[in-house]
Design a protein around this ligand. Structure first.
Ligand SMILES: NC(=O)c1ccc[n+]([C@@H]2O[C@H](COP(=O)([O-])OP(=O)(O)OC[C@H]3O[C@@H](n4cnc5c(N)ncnc54)[C@H](O)[C@@H]3O)[C@@H](O)[C@H]2O)c1
Length: 298
């Protein structure tokens, strides 16, 4: 069994990765400073839990001793707050990522899995594939794509084995439900359960590729533990479902009681993942659909 370090391991996606690693018998170190505006944090009592800031090299250095795999999820993870405070987003997502990479290099980590975002595609035509040029429409996207470039550079220059995931819209258990910038499925379910109208941003015709958190966890575990050629590293891999659905359709799966609020700047009309690279390299396949998951929650 291996020693794994998960940054952002008390957040939505990271906490699921921690739980799965522990279930599989790995030793896990979880680093999170509870920076996120989430209503809950999920610390697994079987991990070594460290409340520390990834931008502070000396605060986190000792925890990289003996680590085999790093799952790097700690971030300013939302577009809205990053638009309000770009300096903070750049600090966490760029300096923080460089700090995690540098420590991974220093302690000869076997692989580093970096959670990036489909927002790197911006207004590229759909379906989005990994060879499309970057199109960063907001500070969040700039900061996450900068993190990707750092990962590729650490692979090319220092031989650190990195894998870069571009997640599309992740949903599932533990997704934050409060605040206007949290995932739409969580907001809609909370509004429905408390008898409120569902607030649809813009005209609701925007389409999103929704991917289940359990499928995202499996992508991380497969990419960490599958034997692959060296040329698989330092590259971007889309993690989506390979289909998309409009926000109006998501809302109507939950309730007919809807209301419309003004559109936001810096957000795209459509995203849709081409997922063949992840399938071919790691044998990954999404197993859940957003329609099925929403039905299970009602
Ligand atoms: N949820 C999605 O749909 C989605 C889509 C694309 C990419 N991502 C990426 O996936 C990762 C995880 O996202 P999430 O949805 O679980 O978000 P999240 O906000 O729930 O998790 C991120 C965690 O990082 C922690 N953190 C923030 N700054 C930190 C710091 N300086 N030091 C230590 N910990 C810090 C937060 O407290 C939080 O617990 C992020 O990197 C995000 O950019 C998420």
């Amino acid at each position: 069994m291996s020693k794994c370090l998960v940054t952002g391991g008390a957040g939505f996606i990271g906490s699921h990765i921690v739980d799965h690693l522990i279930q599989e018998g790995h030793e896990v170190v979880c680093i999170d400073n509870e920076f996120a505006d989430n209503e809950d944090f999920y610390w697994n009592s079987n991990a070594l839990n460290i409340k520390a800031d990834i931008t502070q090299y000396s605060q986190i250095e000792e925890y990289f001793q003996g680590v085999d795999y790093v799952f790097h999820l700690a971030a300013e993870s939302r577009i809205g707050p990053a638009i309000l405070d770009p300096i903070s987003a750049i600090n966490i997502n760029v300096l923080g990522t460089c700090t995690v990479l540098q420590l991974s290099r220093k302690f000869s980590v076997k692989r580093l899995l970096y959670s990036s975002t489909s927002s790197g595609y911006g207004n590229n035509p759909c379906p989005n594939h990994e060879n499309q040029p970057d199109d960063c429409l907001n500070p969040y996207s700039v900061s996450k794509v900068a993190g990707e470039k750092l990962c590729s550079m650490y692979t090319n220059l220092y031989n650190l084995k990195t894998i870069i995931f571009r997640y599309f819209n992740v949903y599932g258990e533990r997704a934050p439900k409060q605040g206007q910038y949290c995932p739409v499925t969580g907001i809609f379910l909370r509004q429905h359960l408390s008898g409120e109208a569902l607030t649809i941003v813009g005209d609701g015709t925007q389409r999103r590729d929704f991917v289940y958190v359990g499928d995202v966890v499996r992508a991380n575990l497969l990419a960490a533990f599958t034997n692959v050629d060296n040329n698989a590293f330092g590259k971007v891999y889309n993690v989506g479902n390979g289909d998309n659905i409009s926000i109006n359709s998501i809302a109507h799966l939950i309730s007919k009681n809807v209301t419309y609020i003004p559109p936001r700047s810096g957000e795209v009309k459509e995203n849709l993942a081409n997922i063949s690279r992840l399938k071919q390299t790691f044998g990954w396949q999404p197993q859940m659909t957003v329609e099925r998951w929403i039905k299970s929650q009602l």
